[in-house]
Design a protein. Structure first.
Length: 248
């Protein structure tokens, strides 16, 4: 575990620092440029850039390490001391944990900055979120809501990292490894939009108040992650059926 931390420490810390910088700067400009309905609105609107690159930001900083371990035959070397299966499971679990932690820290700390930093909010009125999912909690208990939603985002981040790890183990192209989770989310979001079912998109799962609340139910938040897990399984089976490699 200590050896893995040494390998992933720098990517993890850089991800957290860069993510916090991006989100806090974006929140600052939103708080000074937009009319807001409630205090946490700056966090919701200001996280737009991070939300867009979320799949890339969650997975890319970590999966490239596993990719090069396979490319440089490090896995074969380490298998002399520990089984390859055991090593890979531990490695991927550690990556997913760090990915989830980084996202939780980025979003929750930026929420605390939003609520307690001396930003010049221009609040027109206390917005009515009674029809939104967890609307009352967003207004009356923003810290509790923000923490729980950050945990949910962290869980989704771990899934994107797992998806990237499947490509890292088998794909030959680093570009595919880094951008596969982002491209999946982009295409999935496009398809659900075309089919007029945006409530089932993975983006809707991790972006607060993204669509008309009349179209939302709590269960819909889990559809996108469930489909992503299915995509991960299908991709893994496809690689396995092609003897470990596809021409990508």
């Amino acid at each position: 575990m200590s050896q893995m931390w040494k390998e992933y420490k720098t990517p993890f810390l850089l991800t957290v620092l860069i993510g916090l910088l991006i989100n806090c700067v974006s929140i600052y400009f939103v708080s000074n440029s937009y009319t807001l309905q409630y205090e946490m609105d700056a966090w919701v609107q200001g996280s737009g850039l991070m939300d867009f690159v979320f799949p890339l930001f969650a997975s890319a900083p970590f999966v490239w390490i596993l990719f090069y371990k396979y490319k440089n035959d490090f896995i074969k070397y380490i298998s002399l001391r520990i089984s390859e299966k055991e090593f890979v499971i531990k490695e991927i679990a550690f990556m997913c944990m760090l990915s989830g932690m980084s996202i939780v820290i980025i979003y929750f700390v930026s929420l605390l900055v939003t609520l307690f930093a001396p930003f010049n909010f221009f609040l027109v009125n206390e917005g009515d979120l009674s029809t939104h999912l967890f609307g009352e909690m967003q207004i009356k208990r923003p810290i509790v809501f923000g923490f729980l939603y950050s945990l949910f985002k962290g869980a989704i981040a771990s899934l994107f990292t797992l998806f990237g790890a499947v490509f890292a183990m088998h794909a030959k192209n680093l570009f595919v490894v880094l951008f596969a989770p982002f491209l999946y989310a982009f295409i999935e979001n496009f398809v659900t939009g075309i089919l007029r079912i945006p409530q089932f998109s993975i983006y809707t799962s991790f972006i607060v108040n993204r669509i008309d609340p009349k179209s939302m139910e709590v269960i819909y938040l889990f559809v996108g992650p469930a489909v992503l897990m299915l995509a991960i399984f299908i991709t893994w089976k496809k690689y396995r059926s092609n003897e470990g490699h596809m021409n990508v």
